[in-house]
Structures are given as C-alpha cells and as structure tokens.
Design a protein around this ligand. Structure first.
Ligand code: HSE
Length: 350
C-alpha cells in the first residue's frame, strides 16, 4: 500500500467534496489501487490545518466541514492566517490538489501554489483553470526542468472525460475537429428556458443554488469558462499555446427566449458550443451559441450535462456525453487524475 501525501489548497464546494470522496472511498482505494491518500494539509482563505507526518484525521475534518467552520479552527491542527505558499514551503508532500477559485487576471493564488509544487517536483492536480490558461508555456517549462507533472481533468469539464478521450482513446487518429458543450451552468439555463419558458435570471439563480456556477457567474454566462476549457483542450490536443485573446467568444447573455422558440420551431436546439477546427492549415477556435440540428450528437445533452464530440480521420466521430457539472463530479475528476498519476502514469509527461 502506497501512502500519498496531499496538500489541498481551496476548501470551497470542490475542495470539500474531494476530501469527502477520499474519506468515503478509503478502503476501495486501498483494495483496488493499493493507494492510501492522506490529507496532510488543507488551506482556505482564512488559514490552514496541517498534520505531518500522519495526515489530518478525516472524521474530524468532516466534522469541521459539517459545522461550516473555517479550516484554521480545526482543533490541534489549525494554523490561523497560514497561506498556501507557506504550507507548501513548510511540509513535504507528493501531490497538490488546487481548488481555489479561478482568477483570470493574474492566476493568483493558484499560480503561486502550482509553481511552488511543480518546482519541488510534485504532481499537481488542478480544478483551477486560471494559471493553466494564462501561463501554459511557463508551466510547461517548469515541468521540463523539475519533473513535476500537471493534471487538469477537473479544469477541462471535470466528470466529462475530454482530454483522456482526446489523448488516450484516440491515440493514432488525427483529430480534425472538436465540438463541446463544456459548461453545465449555461446548458442548464438554456434547457430550462427552452423547456419551461423559465426566465434567464431564475434559471441562473437555480444553477447557482446547485453549486455549479462559478464564484463569479459572469465566467459561465459570458462564455469565458467554455473558452478557458476549449483553450486547454486545444493546447493539449493540437499542440498549441493559445491564450484568452486568441479565441472569439460569445456567451449566452444575448440569447432570448424568442431565439430558443424560433430554433425549436425549426427543429433545432440552441447550445453554447466551444469548438476547434482545422481549416486550410490553420486552427479555428471559438465559443458561440449554435442552433444544432436535432440529429447532432450534442443536441440531446440537457440541463447540467455536458458533451464532447471528436471528428477523427480513422475512428470517425466519437462523442461522449454526461458528466454533469457538480462539486462531486469535479472532485471525482480530481480523484481520477490522482489515481492515473500514481497508478497508471508513473513516467514523466511528454
Ligand atoms: N461552472 C462550471 C459549469 C463548472 O457550470 O460547468 C466548473 O467549470
């Protein structure tokens, strides 16, 4: 049995769901994969809790989560005011799980956390898209020099497999195009508006109540979250180094109920699509609402479900749907990457 020492930065919906999964699945992780993840530190906006060398007691951690108290209040282990950067400096660990909110201005505090962990040669598993979208080249250079690795399933549509399908399951095939419904919040809003005639504000509030909208929901509805995900997918699958200014982005704030009804009358359905296409030796990457024909493979993806469709040269079209947005789904994607990193991909990433 291999113990894995983990530092969790960010203790909102996703960070908490990850800790719950680790506790719930302890025995299965040992029996199926031979790994024993231990949470050595948790950091939130107010401070931290640290337990080295044995890991934080998960039952006590769950009690703290259930009581809604900040992590710095954890009896015997709490460190008021301690930052993620300080935690990363002060204790050894194998894996950083980065689940702080996405910041698209300077990527902080996640950038500092990820850089520190990679520079120490740790594996980084991130749900946070900010640093990966803004500083992809820099992160690649750090990985090259330190041997640290970065896994980002949770940042690329989480429970919906996207990169795994594009990298592993289509190996040897040439991907000509990718289309995705990559944001659950906007798909939820469009579905509720189309099915029930629900107004935009009510549908957005319901998505927020489900805990699937970003801390700043503008990121969802303006298409920025979809843009961030399609950038990460394009960079990984098409060997690009795109940034946020390279992708023409239109969200759903301009989609009116009349537009949805008109599309329905024409037998179509409006979805927010992030796409990458090879066109005349150049790559076209964009985000926009599109009126899909009823037989399009993504037309039947509703509510907070997502979907991705790959058009390939030798495998034809491959579509994966499901993986609805939820904190538990994002945590499950973090756990998947943890298992892949420690059990199946023990070599350096290419
Ligand atoms: N806000 C996102 C969504 C989840 O609605 O899918 C995190 O990427």
């Amino acid at each position: 049995m291999t113990p894995i020492r983990i530092i969790v930065c960010g203790f909102g919906n996703v960070g908490r769901a990850f800790v719950r999964l680790i506790e719930d699945k302890q025995e299965e992780l040992i029996s199926r994969y031979g790994i024993a993840p231990q949470i050595h530190a948790v950091v939130d906006i107010s401070g931290a809790a640290i337990a080295d060398p044995d890991g934080l007691p998960l039952d006590q951690l769950r009690g703290l989560m259930d009581s809604g108290q900040p992590i710095e209040r954890m009896a015997s282990f709490g460190r008021p005011g301690m930052s993620g950067a300080a935690v990363l400096q002060s204790i050894p660990a194998d894996v950083l799980v980065e689940a702080t909110p996405t910041n698209l201005v300077d990527g902080e505090p996640a950038r500092t956390h990820i850089n520190a962990a990679l520079d120490k040669g740790m594996d980084v598993i991130t749900a946070n898209k900010g640093p990966v979208v803004l500083f992809y080249k820099d992160l690649q250079a750090r990985m090259q020099s330190s041997g640290g690795r970065l896994f980002m399933s949770a940042a690329t549509a989480a429970a919906l497999p996207t990169l795994d399908v594009g990298k592993l399951c289509t190996a040897g095939a040439r991907i000509q195009a990718v289309e995705g419904i990559l944001n659950g919040t906007t798909n939820y809003i469009l579905t509720r508006m189309g099915r029930e005639g629900c107004d935009y504000a009510t549908a957005l509030q319901a998505a927020q109540d489900l805990g699937i909208a970003e801390t700043d929901p503008t990121l969802d509805v303006e298409g920025f979250d979809t843009r961030n995900k399609i950038i990460l997918i394009a960079n990984q699958l098409f060997d690009q180094c795109l940034g946020i200014t390279d992708v023409e982005t239109v969200g759903i704030t301009g989609v009116r109920r009349e537009d949805i009804e008109k599309a329905q009358t024409d037998g179509r359905v409006i979805k927010l699509i992030g796409s990458v296409r090879r066109e005349n030796n150049r790559l076209c990457v964009k985000v926009a609402p599109e009126a899909l024909e009823a037989d399009h493979p993504l037309a039947g993806v509703h509510l907070s479900e997502k979907g991705i469709s790959f058009d390939t040269d030798s495998m034809g079209r491959i579509t994966v749907t499901g993986g609805h947005s939820s904190p538990t789904g994002a945590a499950a994607a973090l756990l998947k990457d943890l298992i892949h990193a420690r059990c199946f991909q023990t070599q350096r990433q290419p």
